[in-house]
Design a protein around this ligand. Structure first.
Ligand SMILES: Cc1cc2nc3c(=O)[nH]c(=O)nc-3n(C[C@H](O)[C@H](O)[C@H](O)COP(=O)(O)O)c2cc1C
Length: 211
């Protein structure tokens, strides 16, 4: 099948777009507002973008109720900091609860029954029980235009300045054991994936480039 985005003529009962780029990792982002109240929200438009130094990015649409910026974006603009928390199978329901729209200024972590741990280099706390967390400083916010006026996406780029990894998911030979962590990821529709199987492949190189 083929369809043009401008015509949206896919003819399917459900829009297939988000099911076409999968799985999308979930950036479970914690921020604080200017008064220090903690906010948490999941973003599946999220990715690690670079390695040295590491940068991450998440993309936020507009607030579903009032059409303004999402609290996460407002908080990052105000403080210049955020934390990425890995969302895993054991905290999937709490993660989902933090996506609920609650009044601005409400501590969404407490509302989801989650506890926090302090970060070391930035003010937003980490989500206790999340097995990997990145402390991030804002690099840049970019705006992607929308076809609907006032519905732009804000792309928040942050530099990772510190990394926490739970010792329990480190192997004896010094790797992160993803099968122990069981991160969850977003698919299309209401679907999610959980990393429960992995496979390995050797990096292939032409004979003359091998050392
Ligand atoms: C798994 C999951 C992924 C989500 N991904 C995004 C996303 O990439 N961008 C976005 O704007 N909203 C996304 N949402 C919705 C936000 O989490 C939701 O709007 C949240 O209330 C925003 O919170 P805030 O206003 O406190 O920032 C997602 C929700 C879920 C459950």
């Amino acid at each position: 099948m083929f369809y043009e985005i401008a015509k949206n003529d896919h003819g399917l009962r459900y829009n297939p777009l988000k099911a076409c780029v999968v799985p999308r990792p979930i950036g479970w982002i914690t921020t604080v507002n200017a008064a220090g109240i903690v906010n948490a929200a999941p973003f599946s438009f999220f990715q690690l973008l670079s390695y040295d130094p590491p940068f991450v990015m998440f993309s936020a649409g507009m607030h579903e109720v009032d059409g303004g910026k999402k609290d996460t974006v407002t908080n990052v603009e105000a403080t210049g900091e955020f934390v990425y928390n890995m969302a895993t199978w054991t905290q999937k329901d709490q993660m989902n609860t933090t996506a609920l729209i609650v009044e601005r200024g409400v501590d969404e972590l407490a509302a989801a029954g989650l506890e926090t741990e302090p970060s070391r280099l930035v003010a937003p706390p980490r989500i206790k029980g999340s097995l990997v967390q990145f402390e991030c400083r804002l690099h840049q916010i970019m705006t992607l235009p929308s076809t609907k006026s006032g519905a732009d996406h804000h792309l928040v780029f942050g530099e990772v300045v510190a990394v926490h990894i739970d010792d329990g998911i480190l192997t004896a030979d010094g790797r992160v054991d993803v099968l122990k962590a069981r991160p969850i990821a977003r698919l299309g529709y209401k679907d999610y994936a959980c990393v429960d199987a992995i496979f390995q492949m050797e990096k292939r190189m032409p004979e003359d480039q091998r050392r």
